[in-house]
Design a protein around this ligand. Structure first.
Ligand code: ZN
Length: 220
């Protein structure tokens, strides 16, 4: 589990657990974490790794309201916790059902999930955050993998959450909107690097191929 430098002050962190990929952006005055991981213990390790890089005050963005992206939040001391309003509602009201659904097929994870406090994000998120010499844009491009996906852009790096997955097919669950997702993947702009929610960072050619697959009806 090491940091993958993507640009000046921009890092991805790959984890064997769930093949997760999380993010960190460091400016001159503050830092921003992208997703916090699947449980409090994991979050504690991730938070320590962040603190090994920077002691600056930190905020976090949750890319979407799937438990594996936000149940690590309680381990962080954050200035702000941002998510899309639809994701905020799901985190507040849907987490227990998500955990019940997951442990039905992965009972070994039950203790870790049930012991992870749910931290509900702020009611609104900013479209633009200046971390001190490094500006981050946070955007909702339409319903896709979930009703409330956010992407995080810093320079030519785009953190895409589960709009893109590498190493496994994108997960098209009951909360996904496939037709809109296909449209959303055409609105990512022209990033040099796209960081998926699971798997290694990819380029736009990879995203285009995944978009075509979704449009064809692949992946569930
Ligand atoms: Zn997801």
């Amino acid at each position: 589990m090491t940091w993958l430098p993507l640009a000046d002050g921009v890092f991805a962190r790959r984890h064997a657990d769930l093949d997760l990929t999380l993010g960190l952006v460091v400016g001159a005055e503050r830092c921003l974490v992208v997703d916090t991981g699947p449980d409090a213990g994991f979050g504690a390790e991730f938070a320590a790794a962040v603190r090994a890089v920077t002691a600056l005050p930190c905020a976090a963005v949750i890319t979407h309201a799937h438990w594996d992206h936000y149940l690590g939040t309680s381990a962080f001391d954050l200035e702000h916790l941002w998510a899309h309003p639809a994701a905020v509602a799901e985190i507040a009201h849907g987490t227990a059902a998500q955990i019940d659904g997951w442990v039905a097929h992965d009972p070994d994870r039950e203790d870790r999930l049930r012991r992870s406090p749910v931290v509900v994000p702020d009611a609104a998120y900013p479209a633009r955050v200046d971390l001190g010499g490094r500006v981050v844009e946070i955007a909702h491009l339409g319903p896709a993998h979930t009703p409330g996906d956010l992407v995080v852009r810093v320079g030519d790096v785009l953190f895409a959450g589960d709009l893109v997955e590498q190493g496994a097919p994108p997960q098209v669950g009951p909360d996904a909107d496939r037709a809109s997702w296909v449209e959303v993947l055409g609105r990512l702009g022209d990033p040099r690097v796209v960081v998926p929610g699971h798997g290694d960072p990819v380029d736009l050619a990879f995203v285009r191929a995944q978009r075509q697959g979704l449009a064809r009806g692949d992946h569930g």
